[in-house]
Design a protein around this ligand. Structure first.
Ligand code: RB5
Length: 156
């Protein structure tokens, strides 16, 4: 298995009220690893609409301003739905170490989404670490991921 040192590229992070506390913990964890973090909010537990923050972070990954992003909401589902609407974004909702690893190895995920009401802090930090450390396996997986880019040109 291809496990490397964590990728230290800057990360854009965002969340809604449900995940504010977990976002702060992940931010500290990343900063301890000397990873630059751009936080697009939210900045409190006051109720907000998760798409506002998902759109901010996903658009930065989409246009290449950030190589990677992390988005959090209660389930992680809404954030992953929003993020995957953006070209070049491959968002993976992960609740376990295996999915986090495989989302990098097989899907070259560039945006991780987490559900603060689904997993605890310890597991969330482990998932983040593994997700930053696993590499893309390339080969047949690259051929498949490259097919994503053709979806925009399909008439439905
Ligand atoms: C907020 O209550 C909740 O709907 C949101 O955090 C998220 O789980 C949506 O997918």
């Amino acid at each position: 298995m291809k496990i490397m040192e964590p990728d230290k590229s800057p990360i854009v992070i965002g969340c809604d009220h449900a995940a504010y506390s977990l976002k702060e913990k992940i931010k500290s964890f990343l900063m301890q690893m000397e990873i630059h973090v751009q936080d697009v909010g939210t900045f409190s537990e006051d109720s907000v609409d998760y798409p506002d923050f998902g759109i901010k972070a996903a658009s930065m990954v989409s246009r290449g301003s950030f190589k990677r992003g992390i988005l959090l909401c209660g389930t992680g589902i809404g954030m992953s739905m929003v993020a995957n609407r953006f070209p070049n974004v491959r968002a993976a909702l992960c609740s376990n170490i295996f999915s986090a690893t495989m989302s990098r190895r097989h899907n070259n995920a560039n945006l991780l989404t987490l559900g603060s009401r689904v997993i605890g802090e310890k597991l969330a930090l482990e998932i983040v670490k593994v997700w930053l450390s696993a590499g893309f396996d390339q080969g047949r997986h690259k051929r498949r991921v490259d097919q994503f880019d053709r979806i925009d040109n399909i008439n439905v």
